[in-house]
Design a protein around this ligand. Structure first.
Ligand SMILES: C[S@@+](CC[C@H](N)C(=O)[O-])C[C@H]1O[C@@H](n2cnc3c(N)ncnc32)[C@H](O)[C@@H]1O
Ligand SMILES: [Zn+2]
Length: 276
């Protein structure tokens, strides 16, 4: 069953013939070649090409597929098994700010004891195109988490990894027994990279708890920390390229990192679970 509603009039979006989705008011949306829908109304675009660009998306995919962050995925899966309970093993999971889809595929698939139908959205059409092109059994669409074209109470589990959160929309789309898992950087995340760029390292802070706690019950926080060992200049560069530092720092400041052939880097994540 579809969780999608029309972004204009909010009535259900129906998969009609000829790769087109329509609502009862005849708003229609064509399925792109890669199998995704663009449900972001033009008047909700803050820029011509919102969200991460294709270079950022490719860099994220290249790094994530090296597997360095997979311990995070194992932590998410273990937490779902240990802390969450669902009334049915068939659940609808939703990746909010899915990027190129690595987490929806690796973390939400094969959750122990659960059979998951996976949906994902991102405001970047490049992200969604890459996710849909690779992970064919999940359904991806372009939209903003601030105005989701998703029916009320239609989702059992939201996953948000390093993406903006919008608590009211998360609350609206979650079923009464649904959960939201939010992953954000903990204080020492990528500390060694930041230390090579800035004179003074400032530990990460997050306002996730303040933001989410007015709307949700905070059920659990797990801090997952591990070191990753980069063994070549290519690996160091692929990590650097998926950080905001690479895109916002002058090239000469990055040179003492891009020349490195070995680097040990701290990864530090907070995984927060929210319920109703
Ligand atoms: C740091 S990336 C994380 C992507 C993915 N979760 C991952 O960890 O690989 C943040 C993502 O949020 C997306 N994003 C930014 N603003 C958004 C919004 N208002 N609605 C949906 N996605 C948004 C960006 O396009 C980008 O793909
Ligand atoms: Zn409509």
């Amino acid at each position: 069953m579809s969780i999608l509603v029309c972004p204009y009039c909010k009535s259900p979006l129906i998969d009609s013939a000829e790769r087109t989705y329509v609502c009862e008011n005849k708003h229609s949306f064509d399925l792109a070649k890669q199998g995704y829908l663009n449900l972001l109304p033009v008047n909700q675009k803050r820029s011509k090409d919102p969200g991460d660009n294709q270079m950022m998306i490719s860099a994220r995919r290249e790094f994530l597929e090296l597997g360095f962050y997979d311990p995070l995925i194992e932590s998410i899966k273990s937490l779902v098994a240990a802390k969450l309970s669902f009334s049915s093993p068939n659940i609808i999971a939703f990746d909010a700010g899915c990027g190129e889809g690595y987490y929806s595929q690796k973390a939400l698939n094969e959750l122990p004891g659960l059979s998951t139908k996976i949906w994902g959205t991102d405001i970047s059409k490049h992200a969604v195109k890459n996710a849909a092109g690779k992970y064919k059994s999940n359904f991806y669409f372009v939209s903003s988490i601030y105005n989701l074209p998703v029916a009320d109470a239609s989702v059992d589990l939201i996953l948000s990894v390093f993406s903006p959160v919008m608590e009211e929309e998360f609350k609206r789309i979650l079923s009464t027994q649904g959960y939201a898992i939010v992953v954000s950087p903990a204080p020492n995340h990528l500390r060694e990279i930041a230390e090579l760029i800035y004179e003074n390292f400032r530990p990460h802070t997050t306002n996730i708890l303040e933001k989410m706690s007015a709307t949700f019950q905070h059920l659990h926080r797990e801090r997952t920390s591990f070191k990753i060992e980069m063994g070549s200049a290519e690996e160091v560069l692929s990590l650097l390229k998926m950080t905001p530092y690479y895109w916002s720092t002058a090239q000469e400041r990055l040179e003492n990192i891009t020349k490195k052939t070995e680097l040990s880097v701290s990864c530090d994540f907070n995984i927060d679970i929210f319920g109703q």
